[in-house]
Design a protein around this ligand. Structure first.
Ligand code: FES
Length: 143
């Protein structure tokens, strides 16, 4: 399966790349198998994610999924951002090849860990709000 046009577009022109120096929450996740790392920065006002930026040191699918994930959560309430699954990110990109599904899991994990960091910084236990950060179990990770 080839990459969709949307994946190619978000890989070639990723949205929201960069850092937020005074971020309210930062999440960093990595895939131990491929060594790729994704860092997500969020700015929060009230219960709304007003800004989000990412840096991904990884494959094209990881860059495309982080880019799409930032677009999907920007301006959204935290509770809605937490509902974003890797499947929804993949659907928004018109799909990914099966061996690249784990790259989209990284995007879901990065958002959740940035939100968890936001709550920790406020002195709130994130576990009951953010829940479990999913492990990649949907792919064979044959890298
Ligand atoms: Fe490592 Fe895609 S995230 S190969």
């Amino acid at each position: 399966m080839a990459y969709s046009e949307k994946v190619m577009d978000h890989f070639a022109n990723p949205r929201n790349v960069g850092e937020i120096p005074d971020a309210d929450g930062v999440g960093e996740v990595g895939n131990p198998k491929c060594g790729d790392i994704m860092r997500m920065y969020i700015k929060v006002d009230g219960d709304v994610i007003t800004d989000v930026k990412f840096k991904t040191f990884g494959c094209g699918a990881a860059i495309a999924t982080s880019s799409m994930a930032t677009e999907l959560i920007k301006g959204k309430k935290i509770e809605d951002a937490l509902k974003l699954t890797n499947k929804a990110v993949m659907e928004a990109l018109d799909g990914l090849p099966p061996v690249k599904v784990h790259c989209s899991v990284l995007a879901e994990q990065a958002i959740k860990s940035a939100v968890a960091d936001y709550y920790k910084k406020k002195g709130i236990d994130p576990a009951p709000i953010v829940g479990d950060i999913p492990e990649c179990e949907s792919c064979a990770c044959e890298l």
